[in-house]
Design a protein around this ligand. Structure first.
Ligand code: G6Q
Length: 532
């Protein structure tokens, strides 16, 4: 057994013993006002209420020991300082630093990874100039009109985070500005987005770190064709975000090119130019700076060793308690905020692409569970859908609720003595209590077992700064779990095989007549699906 192995830590044994009799939230005195008042934390604008987890102070102490033994803070510090953590020792791997935090390490001196932060600053300055030129009228369309819409063309990490943030923050859009997104190679995705647009007033932001992604290159070609058909010059309507010197780095083809470095993973790239160009276009430069400030504040606070004072670290360890020790296979992230409706989708990628791994950082098979299945939808909508299973199903689903005391637009109405925002938050808190406490009833169909672990994350209002903080809380939670499981959270080998097979199928389709020696299984699948 390797010293880094999850099961090699003394705390793992302690936690396994404690997990045999987890705290009973349904018992008399299992969930008291005193417990609610103690098991809470304030952190970077958020309050975390975690009395509704099946933990005791002994469990928290053992989780602290696990964090210490596994060196989680040292790993987070090393990551922010630029250690090469994206690697599998002794095997071919990406072999890169992991420096998304450097994109926002612009407010404290000295930055933890000065060279990377200097590069981030350079791109941010370029973005500020670009936004100023759009505002002043120095950049306009051929008719001298300002641009109103930016369409981000990208997929995976070049889509999900930026889209989730845009939806979260579009309440703060500059007058007359909006964004749309094209990701899927499904031609109907582009068709639907383009159908409602005035192309002459639209900028397309093609985002691809590698500059080689099939979906994005295909959609760029499609968009260029549509712009040309409309009698417009594509070079005046397209900007690019890509790796400097990469296949998409071609000044002649774009109005402006912004760069991202290879040490920023796609799913961690929302606070690089991958997210900030579109967000800056819609929200303005000040909001972009606020997002970065919120994230940076969390990056620094995530370095506190005390799990009772470090929110992402505690969330990570509570997740490990629920997954590895209590045996729960999934986790639901349930934002009580319509604006966060795509945030669970971003987390699905960020968490599952990071921690859905089966080998250690030394390339050995893991002997413990790694990342859980992550899913979620906004409340209260989910209450009228899948909450049945969460309350009474045979699968216990730990839940993380996210809510805000105030709405974004402030447009509310008192009905039956309360406003809609109060109804929203009251429902969230009620669900948290109901899941924890359960309810006995003479009618078995109306019994609620309770003891369904959950936590509530609440802040005043969803603003650019809060959003930056929330994003970074989850990024660190995910990385802490990966460090603890001793896996590489920063590669994504698991997405390769399907891509290679798709290319083979497309080659067969393009050739029309199967080349000599073509794989009969692949031909037969195409034929049986009726597209061969
Ligand atoms: C994220 C992944 C992946 C990536 C997309 C798009 O961490 O690496 O989702 O973001 O495949 O890649 P490009 O930005 O290179 O087009």
């Amino acid at each position: 057994m390797d010293v880094h192995d999850f099961s090699a830590h003394a705390a793992t044994g302690k936690l396994a013993a404690l997990a045999r009799t987890p705290h009973d939230l349904t018992a008399d005195g299992g969930l008291t006002p005193q417990r609610v008042g103690t098991m809470r934390m304030s952190f970077c604008g958020f309050d975390l209420l975690y009395a509704t987890q099946r933990i005791t102070p002994e469990v928290l102490d053992a989780l602290q020991e696990l964090a210490d033994e596994a060196g989680l803070i040292a790993a987070c510090t090393a990551m922010q300082q630029g250690a090469v953590l994206n690697r599998i020792e002794g095997y071919a791997s990406e072999n890169r630093q992991v420096l998304h935090t450097a994109c926002r390490d612009l407010f404290d001196q000295p930055p933890m990874a000065p060279e990377a932060s200097a590069k981030a600053r350079r791109e941010l300055d370029k973005l500020r100039t670009f936004l100023d030129e759009l505002a002043s009228g120095a950049i306009v369309n051929a008719q001298g009109q300002p641009f109103t819409t930016m369409v981000q063309v990208g997929i995976g990490g070049s889509d999900l985070g930026p889209r989730a943030l845009y939806m979260a923050l579009k309440a703060y859009a500059l007058p007359g500005r909006c964004a749309r997104f094209i990701a899927n190679v499904d031609p109907d995705d582009a068709a639907e987005v383009l159908s409602g647009l005035d192309l002459s007033r639209t900028l397309f932001n093609v985002v691809s770190k590698s500059g080689t992604t099939l979906e994005t290159l295909t959609n760029e070609r499609l968009v260029r064709a549509r712009i040309a058909e409309a009698g417009l010059d594509p070079a005046r309507h397209l900007v690019a975000v890509t790796g400097e010197g990469g296949p998409m780095d071609d000044a002649g083809k774009y109005l402006r090119s912004f760069y991202m470095e290879d040490y920023i993973g796609g799913r961690y790239s929302s606070t690089s130019m991958v997210g900030l160009v579109t967000l800056g276009f819609v929200l303005g430069f000040e909001a972009v700076t606020d997002i970065l400030r919120g994230a940076h504040e969390v990056d620094r606070a995530a370095l506190k060793p005390d799990i009772r004072a470090n929110l992402p670290l505690l969330l990570a360890l509570l997740g490990i308690w629920n997954h590895n020790f209590l045996g729960h296979a999934t986790v639901a992230v349930l934002p009580y905020s319509q604006a966060l409706s795509r945030f669970p989708a971003h987390l699905q990628q960020c968490d599952m692409e990071s921690n859905g791994k089966s080998v250690t950082r030394q390339g050995k098979a893991v002997g413990w569970k790694t990342g859980p299945v992550v899913w979620g939808e906004p409340g209260t909508n989910g209450q009228h859908a899948f909450y049945q299973l969460i309350h009474q199903g045979t699968e216990v689903v730990p839940a993380e609720f996210i809510g805000f005391r105030h709405s974004q637009y402030g447009l509310d109405l008192q009905v039956a003595g309360t406003g809609s925002q109060q109804k929203l938050v009251a429902n969230m808190l009620a669900q948290s209590l109901a899941l924890a406490l359960g309810k006995q009833d003479d009618n078995p169909a109306r019994c609620f077992p309770g003891n369904r672990p959950n936590a509530v994350l609440i802040a005043d209002r969803l603003t650019p700064r809060t959003m930056g903080a929330l994003l970074a809380i989850y990024e660190h939670r995910i990385a802490f779990q990966g460090f603890c499981w001793n896996i590489n959270s920063f590669d994504q080998e698991g997405v390769q095989l399907g891509k290679v097979l798709a290319t083979r199928l497309l080659d067969l389709l393009a050739a029309r007549t199967p080349p000599e020696g073509a794989d009969t299984l692949e031909m037969s699948v195409l034929r049986q699906a009726g597209i061969g």
